[in-house]
Design a protein around this ligand. Structure first.
Ligand SMILES: [Mn+2]
Length: 214
């Protein structure tokens, strides 16, 4: 089976990301769970580093907020600014420069589903799939009319995570220590809150961490 390293929420902490990449074992394909940007010191450098190192990134709720709110005319502009988008904006001198970032995250998928031997798939997704929902439902909720429904979607869910036939790796909801169960792992250890940046190695199911260093 392919060896993988999956990295949690980075939020502009480029020095922490570089330090973690430096200690990951070789021959692991590197994935990232979304929320590369916002809140931290240098979202621009984080996205550039992810690109340079060939990371496979999925979309986070922060990239989604930026895609739907990077311009004052867009519906989530205030919401993006209020959720750390202002920190990302400070890394850019003009809106045209920012558009390069917007275009580079536009192609991030909402999830990556990888077949594994033994019949359990690996799902890499920013907030996981809420227990009781199908993968399709959790995606459709992103476009639901009410904010409460959107909050249950694949990018915003903070409820219990479960998807039949899958081991789900997600971030989004910071935990003091990474959580590992037979059915899921939460590896958002709150780097931008001066805690840790975590990677999960598969198939080893081991964690590698660096302390915040931005
Ligand atoms: Mn996050």
């Amino acid at each position: 089976m392919e060896r993988l390293a999956i990295i949690g929420d980075v939020h502009g902490c480029v020095k922490s990301l570089r330090a973690l990449l430096d200690i990951l074992p070789p021959r692991h394909q590197i994935y990232q769970l979304g929320d590369l940007i916002d809140r931290g010191p240098d979202s621009r450098a984080v996205v550039a580093l992810a690109k340079e190192r060939g990371l496979s990134c999925v979309l986070g709720n922060h990239e989604w907020l930026m895609l739907t709110g990077h311009h004052p005319g867009l519906p989530n502009h205030e919401s993006w600014l209020a959720n750390g988008g202002g920190d990302t904006l400070r890394n850019y001198r003009s809106h045209d420069e920012l558009l390069e970032l917007v275009e580079s995250v536009r192609s991030f998928p909402l999830f990556i589903d990888i077949e594994q031997p033994g019949g359990t798939n690996l799902l890499i997704s920013h907030a996981g799939v809420r227990k009781g929902l199908s993968l399709k439902d959790s995606i459709d909720l992103l476009h639901a009319p009410g904010p409460q429904q959107v909050m249950m979607s694949i990018l915003w869910n903070r409820g219990r995570v479960h998807l039949d036939g899958h081991f789900v790796v997600f971030g989004h909801s910071p935990v003091v220590k990474p959580v590992l169960t037979p059915h899921y792992a939460n590896i958002d250890t709150g780097c931008v809150y001066r805690r840790q940046l975590t990677a999960l190695l598969l198939p080893e199911r081991e964690f590698i961490q660096v302390p915040f260093q931005d």
